[in-house]
Design a protein around this ligand. Structure first.
Ligand SMILES: *Cc1c(COP(=O)(O)O)cnc(C)c1O
Length: 454
């Protein structure tokens, strides 16, 4: 029996270029629109918020984009990450399926997010920017950007979704340790924050609202740019380092996936994994590859949302993105997977979904923790509640293989560890974890208020 469990790459094998799916799309992405004019936005519209290099990457159709040497040197601190074969989970499930997982939890902040955080701070610093604002859900993105800021002496101000700020104080302390500042959102520091606090002083916050605050802060100060940890094309581009490494590692294992599974909040970790593989689907070499996006049933953006133009934030400050959306005013129930509580989705994923190249499914909170605990008790890793969604779907696909007797190869994008989510695991283990149904009424209401275009 093949007992090999870990597939390592040497530091010298860290990719030197990111892969840009825009070079290979069968149809180009729909344009991003200016909310005032309804016309496509140009670089000048985005320049107050983003450095020009990132604006160029956002619309680039070059297939390969060089990773700056400084960024690649910082990647050496934790990359390449390890690809694992989940022998013990396979055995517990008694499945003929082969399960591999690529684990991003070994980065210092504990997830995939520093892959783009370091690059984004670098490009801002190159343009002379010394202060960056951002939002964070569960705290992984905020801590990753603060981690990135520490290498380049850039001041980071983080607006953290209030529910997570209170549930996860240690994330804030990480941000402060890396030299950043973190406030709960809604905050009294911005107009959008103050307006929401007036309406509802106990507002649990949402990613969309925190984005409003961070964008407003950056838009009203010349010395400040804004940074987004997911959704946008350049973020997904930076994350492709995950899939590029994985391809090399699977070659070492003489394997290619039949099914790739990952969780989607804004879509960055999972797209980072699957984009280099979706290329094989587009060019016809792997037509049967299944790419399964997993989202929470309480925030079912792709499975229940509309594919329409919407704002990225609650206050309507961002350009309009064509994406699956639950409506920018929708505030999701306070599930523990804070990183998946977002009303929209990466336009690239939505476009691929429309083209029939990827699929999506939604999972309930209780089932995801059950899967996460089974993973911890077999593979050892205590996973982020976000990742538990992907683990649920991976286990279900492996159990299907048990029924049919098919020895499929399943690749799980494992986005991070759950060491700051122990209160959630405690609630689950005590049988006290709340489940949340599909919030149909709230979504209907929010979808009635989509912005008008054209
Ligand atoms: C932020 C986060 C997610 C969700 O964000 P994506 O952009 O969809 O990847 C998923 N898992 C972990 C561990 C995260 O930190």
């Amino acid at each position: 029996m093949d007992k090999r469990t870990k597939y390592f790459l040497d530091e010298e094998s860290i990719p030197t270029q990111w892969y840009n799916i825009q070079a290979d799309l069968p149809e180009p992405l729909p344009p991003v629109l200016h909310p005032g004019t309804g016309q496509p936005v140009g670089p000048a519209d985005l320049a107050p918020l983003f450095p020009m290099e990132l604006i160029k990457q956002e619309v680039s159709t070059e297939r390969w984009i060089d990773i700056p040497e400084v960024v690649r040197d910082i990647y050496r601190l934790w990359r390449p990450t390890t690809l694992y074969r989940a022998h013990r989970l396979e055995k517990a499930l008694d499945t003929p399926a082969k399960i591999f997982y690529k684990y991003e939890g070994t980065s210092p902040p504990g997830s995939h997010k520093p892959n783009t955080a370091v690059a984004q701070v670098y490009y801002n610093k190159q343009e002379g920017i010394n202060r960056i604002t951002t939002e964070t859900g569960a705290g992984q993105w905020g801590s990753s950007l603060c981690f990135g800021g520490s290498f380049f002496d850039v001041e980071i101000k983080v607006y953290m979704v209030a529910i997570s700020y209170h549930q996860k104080p240690y994330r804030r302390i990480m941000m402060e340790t890396w030299g950043g500042t973190c406030v709960p959102s809604p905050s009294p520091d911005t107009n959008s924050g103050r307006a929401m606090l007036e309406k509802d002083p106990d507002c649990p916050g949402s990613l969309g609202l925190a984005i409003s605050e961070a964008v407003e802060d950056a838009g009203t100060r010349d010395d400040t740019h804004y940074s987004l940890g997911s959704v946008l094309n350049h973020v997904l581009l930076h994350q492709t380092i995950i899939g590029l490494e994985t391809k090399k590692q699977l070659e070492m294992a003489d394997a290619y996936p039949d099914i790739i599974v990952g969780c989607i909040g804004g879509g960055s970790n999972y797209a980072g994994m699957f984009l280099p593989f979706v290329k094989d689907k587009i060019d016809g070499t792997k037509p049967d590859l299944r790419i399964v996006n997993v989202e929470p049933a309480s925030c079912p953006t792709v499975t229940k949302g509309l594919y329409a133009y919407d704002f990225g934030d609650v206050a309507g400050l961002t350009p309009l993105l064509k994406m699956h959306t639950l409506g920018h005013e929708f505030i999701p129930p306070p599930v523990h997977a804070g990183g998946l509580r977002y009303h929209g989705m990466a336009p690239i994923i939505c476009h691929l979904h429309k083209l029939g190249l990827v699929e999506a499914r939604a999972e309930h909170q209780l089932g995801t923790f059950e899967a996460g605990v089974q993973f911890a008790r077999t593979e050892g890793i205590i996973s982020a509640p976000e990742t538990d969604h992907a683990i649920r779907a991976t286990i279900d696909e492996a159990l299907k293989c048990k029924e049919t007797g098919e020895a499929k190869t399943i690749l799980l994008a494992h986005s991070g560890h759950g060491h700051f989510d122990m209160a959630a695991y405690e609630a689950y283990l005590a049988g006290k974890l709340e489940d949340y149904a599909y919030p149909e009424e709230a979504i209907k209401k929010a979808l009635a208020n989509l912005p008008k275009t054209g």
